[in-house]
Design a protein around this ligand. Sequence first.
Ligand SMILES: NC(=O)c1ccc[n+]([C@@H]2O[C@H](COP(=O)([O-])OP(=O)(O)OC[C@H]3O[C@@H](n4cnc5c(N)ncnc54)[C@H](OP(=O)(O)O)[C@@H]3O)[C@@H](O)[C@H]2O)c1
Length: 216
Amino acid sequence: METVGILGGTGPAGRGVAARLAVVGHDVVLGSREESRAIEVASAMSVRGAGTITGGANDAAAACDLVIVATPWDSAIATVTSLRAQLAGKTVISMVNALTREGRELVPIYPPRGSMAAQLAFALPDSAIVGAFHHLPAAQMEDLDSGIDADVLIFSDDAQAREDVAAVVHRLPGLRAVIAGSMSLASPIEAFTAVCISINIRHKAHSYVKMAGLVE
Ligand SMILES: NC(=O)c1ccc[n+]([C@@H]2O[C@H](COP(=O)([O-])OP(=O)(O)OC[C@H]3O[C@@H](n4cnc5c(N)ncnc54)[C@H](OP(=O)(O)O)[C@@H]3O)[C@@H](O)[C@H]2O)c1
């Protein structure tokens, strides 16, 4: 089973994905700028399933077979750029959303290349960038008993990499992988996260995306 490293994995988003990857048997490394912090965060997590969750520096996470970027948007490029050589030849999943708060709402920020996934693809020319996990509420992901039943919209210009990521996501409890298409869809998919979070703030909810009308 592939090992999975999560850059910025000590935050709620990374922990939530890690919890579900470990259930199905992946060994996950939560990466951090500070190894000791990652070790502390990982050891505080209750792991259910055949996999493990350990903590390490971001470069230990980058050494895994599959790597997820889960830092805030404004530090994602600097984080991956310093790891470019280690990430070459690998599939790198971006779950990064560029958002800012305006009053009671979150609104999208559009980076120069239209999306964070496209920015990452530019920063990592020798990696296959796949977008996934953007719309998932982190606390419900980490709580394996939350009953979440969400779709994960997946996009990439690398057809094989997005199929591979879909196969990983499809095994995760509570999640269905839906391949949306190419990197051209990154901007609306990332921006839609602002809609999800604004709805959650307004309705005091933890909603998520589920596409109706798809044949299983
Ligand atoms: N929260 C959600 O529900 C959710 C859901 C889907 C997608 N996302 C996306 O996932 C990403 C992470 O979300 P989050 O809520 O987990 O964010 P977060 O808690 O603010 O940050 C995640 C981790 O990134 C690291 N980090 C913070 N500032 C950094 C910097 N300047 N340079 C390098 N690393 C830094 C920190 O780890 P260390 O201090 O240990 O290095 C932190 O624990 C975001 O892009 C977000 O849009 C979030």
